[in-house]
Design a protein around this ligand. Structure first.
Ligand code: 3H9
Length: 693
């Protein structure tokens, strides 16, 4: 065995040279890896004893892409293209041996091998789009030549990880070898290729699939049209599409020039910077200072949920999806049956769209059982999540019961969206087992899970909750107890300003438009119409005191009644409503205010800057660990556009000094709702950024 460098070895197995990379955690294409590959291939090609070359990786995966930490600075030589040229032009067959996730630059390297073999569990993808990028090492030109432009469009604009079986049928891999026997399989394959004198296939020269699509611009036009809503605001999907068009319409080398130009543009732009930041922010959020990696975890084998409503049902589905049995408790049979029926319907809808199989519907439904008695069903559970009405007295009553029923060590969680969890924990004799698990509606869909640490929550309960979140596919952020926790507390700022702006002369659709154009999926008033204006509204107590009261009294309770802030046609298309406008104007007249024309800029700053200020207060009070955690919350729970990073990242792009100056200006005009946090003032005085917090 020859050590090429610290991360690369070269061995000879009979007549097959084996280059082995070992650069944890994911064999990313760092400078050392590129150098190891370059020198390794050079040596293997020069070795007269080697008739074929296998590239294989140690650890959990084949190369998972370029080293994202290197982006933004000049890359040291050798460049990736040098490595790829050497592989592709090798006079001996090169075989990539693939396991784990072969992603981005990793797949682009594998596509420069003459052959690929993989284990059945391997996954293939070009996920650069999720980093606001496009594959910049020939992937945009090679992938369409292998799988055809249509499949390449889907893969590159979604970043989807394609399972090995599909990769085999699509031509991405030449053979599947037995799981756990990749090295032997790859060497045997390489030997066969050499013995049979098979051609040294270069994907760059395989033009049949791209040529077949030439002169068919509708492939791209249709794809753009079908995905317009999904891609709104993002640059990278369109840039990826343009590269595939180039692959279809231009010779390989010309296509490569288009790829390089567009890659560089994206890399230099603000969207990719925000999306790369997001990648690391989400991983950072998993790290909890003060909680050791070896903190003992509580095995979670069976879960209980209290409440079969929309929230409870959605929560239960998360666990069933991960194969964990759940028992849902309700007080009465009817709501229990209704809740279980809705769960089944949800699964059946997913199956009808091809998301899961009919057998999976049955498996998952079988994992969710119902009960009318906590006493009978909860004694042996490892985790119970309460998801009932937001009333402190009810929650306390439930937790006192859980304390008496549940086994020692079981985690007792509340799904409250803002009540004081320390108070809830105080009714138990085991506050160390109590935690907040705040799911977002619909709980089976939304990625965010706010994990709320109360005063006495144990490290073990926190560590277990973080791990469990990953297991059920959630993006978890650890936050502290305060009204509304992190997400809703910040939302409160925006909601307040949106309501105030309406009383100053902006119409709901003006505000919604500004926030929609900023990149949110919808504005606050469209959101209210969708959720229902009557959430928390009590008909008997309504006395026309607010705009909402008047709208609800007129049976304008949102989309479900065909009208709310907006009017809706039969296809649920929203139109500004003269009725709502009159209601608002009547309120303005009654209040004696002078409506004025409010600029889009003011709407945006009034809605967003107080959110950033609140984020700083949250950090000041240590209710979030780091500024990027707040961004993770807002992206995953509230539709903050990914390409704008999150409120705190956005604040840094605007400039903390500008945010402060505006808050001071607003405070002088409109009062202390805009009072800047002392930490914001200090941040600006120290010349620091939000990301330093
Ligand atoms: C690209 O390839 C551009 C080219 O087209 C053009 C070049 C010219 N770089 O996610 P995990 C770290 S763009 C650096 O928790 P998992 C990650 O930060 C790239 N670091 O594990 C974490 O570090 P820490 C295209 C990376 O098992 C640790 O590895 N490729 C990279 O849940 C473990 O990560 C991608 O976009 C990287 N590329 O998932 C793939 N990847 O422990 C990005 C990971 O210090 N990666 N790290 O927090 C992934 O999707 C997942 O990490 C993967 C493993 C599925 C591989």
């Amino acid at each position: 065995m020859t050590a090429i460098n610290a991360v690369t070895d070269l061995t000879l197995d009979g007549e097959v040279a084996v280059i082995t990379l070992n650069s944890p955690p994911v064999n990313a294409l760092s400078a050392a890896v590129r150098q190891g590959l370059f020198e390794g291939f050079k040596a293997a090609i020069a070795d007269p004893a080697a008739k074929a070359i296998v590239l294989i990786c140690e650890g959990r995966t084949f190369i998972a892409g370029a080293d994202i930490t290197e982006f933004g600075s000049a890359m040291a030589d050798p460049q990736l293209a040098d490595v790829q040229d050497m592989m592709e032009s090798s006079t001996k067959p090169v075989v990539a041996a693939i396991h784990g996730t072969v992603l981005g630059g990793g797949l682009e390297v594998a596509l420069c091998a003459h052959y690929r073999v993989a284990v059945p569990s391997a996954k293939f993808g070009l996920p650069e789009v999720n980093l606001g990028l496009l594959p910049g090492a020939g992937g945009t030109q090679r992938l369409p030549r292998v799988v055809g432009p249509e499949r390449a469009l889907e893969m590159m604009t979604s970043g989807r990880h394609v399972p090995a079986k599909e990769a085999l049928s699509g031509g991405l891999t030449d053979e599947l070898v037995e799981e756990g026997k990749l090295k032997e399989g790859a060497i045997a394959f390489a030997r066969k290729v050499a013995a049979e004198n098979r051609p040294l296939t270069k994907i760059r020269d395989q033009n049949a699939k791209v040529e077949a699509a030439r002169g068919k611009p509708e492939i791209f036009a249709d794809f753009r049209k079908a995905n317009a809503r999904k891609f709104r605001g993002f640059l990278a999907p369109e840039y990826n599409i343009k590269c595939i068009e180039a692959a279809v319409n231009l010779p390989f080398d010309e296509g490569m020039k288009v790829e390089r130009k567009l890659f560089n543009e994206l890399m230099a732009g603000s969207q990719s910077a925000a999306q790369r930041y997001t990648f690391f922010a989400e991983r950072q959020a998993q790290k909890i200072p003060g909680i050791a990696d070896d903190t003992p975890l509580i095995p979670i084998k069976k879960v209980g949920v209290i409440g079969a409503g929309t929230m409870g049902g959605g929560i239960a589905m998360n666990f069933a999806n991960a194969g964990i049995p759940v028992v849902i408790v309700e007080q009465k049979q009817e709501p229990l049956d209704k809740g279980l029926a809705i769960i089944r319907k949800n699964y059946e809808r997913t199956a009808s769209r091809g998301g899961i199989t009919a057998a999976q519907v049955e498996e998952r439904c079988a994992l969710i059982t119902g009960s009318l008695s906590m006493e009978e069903s909860f004694a042996d559970l490892d985790l119970v999540i309460e998801a009932v009405f937001e009333r402190m007295d009810i929650k306390k009553d439930i937790f006192a019961k859980l304390d008496a029923i549940c086994k020692p060590g079981a985690i007792l969680a509340t799904n409250t969206s803002g009540l004081n969890i320390d108070e809830i924990a105080s009714v138990t004799k085991r506050p160390e087992s109590v935690i907040g698990l705040h799911f977002f509606s619909p709980a089976n869909v939304m990625k965010l899970l706010e994990i709320v640490r109360a005063d006495h929550t144990s490290d073990s309960v926190i560590a277990t909750s973080m791990k469990l979140a990953k297991q059920i596919g959630k993006t978890a952020v650890l936050v502290g107890v305060c009204p509304g926790f992190v997400g809703n507390r910040i939302l409160g700022q925006r909601q307040r300003e949106a309501q105030k702006l309406v009383m100053e002369g902006a119409m709901p659709w003006d505000i919604d438009r500004v926030l929609y154009d900023f990149g949110f999926p919808m504005g606050p008033f469209a959101m209210s119409d969708l959720a229902g204006l009557d959430i928390g509204w009590v008909k008997e107590k309504s006395n026309g005191e607010s705009i909402r009261d008047v709208l609800c009294e007129a049976d304008r309770r949102g989309q479900k009644t065909g009208a709310g802030y907006y009017d809706y046609d039969e296809n649920r298309n929203a139109k500004p409503s003269p009725f709502t406008e009159k209601v608002i104007n009547d309120f303005i007249v009654k209040s004696g205010a002078n409506p004025r024309k409010i600029s889009d800029e003011e709407i945006l700053e009034r809605c967003i800057f107080p959110m950033i200020n609140e984020g700083v207060k949250i950090l000041e009070e240590k209710k979030a660990i780091r500024s990027s955690d707040i961004d993770v919350v807002w992206q995953n729970g509230y539709g903050w556009p990914v390409y704008r990073g999150g409120p705190m990242w956005y604040g840094d792009q605007v400039g903390p000094d500008k945010v402060l100056a505006k808050m001071q200006e607003f405070q002088a005009k409109m009062g202390d709702a805009f009072k800047p946090s002392p930490l914001l003032e200090k941040l600006v005085a120290d010349g620091k950024k939000f990301s330093d917090l």
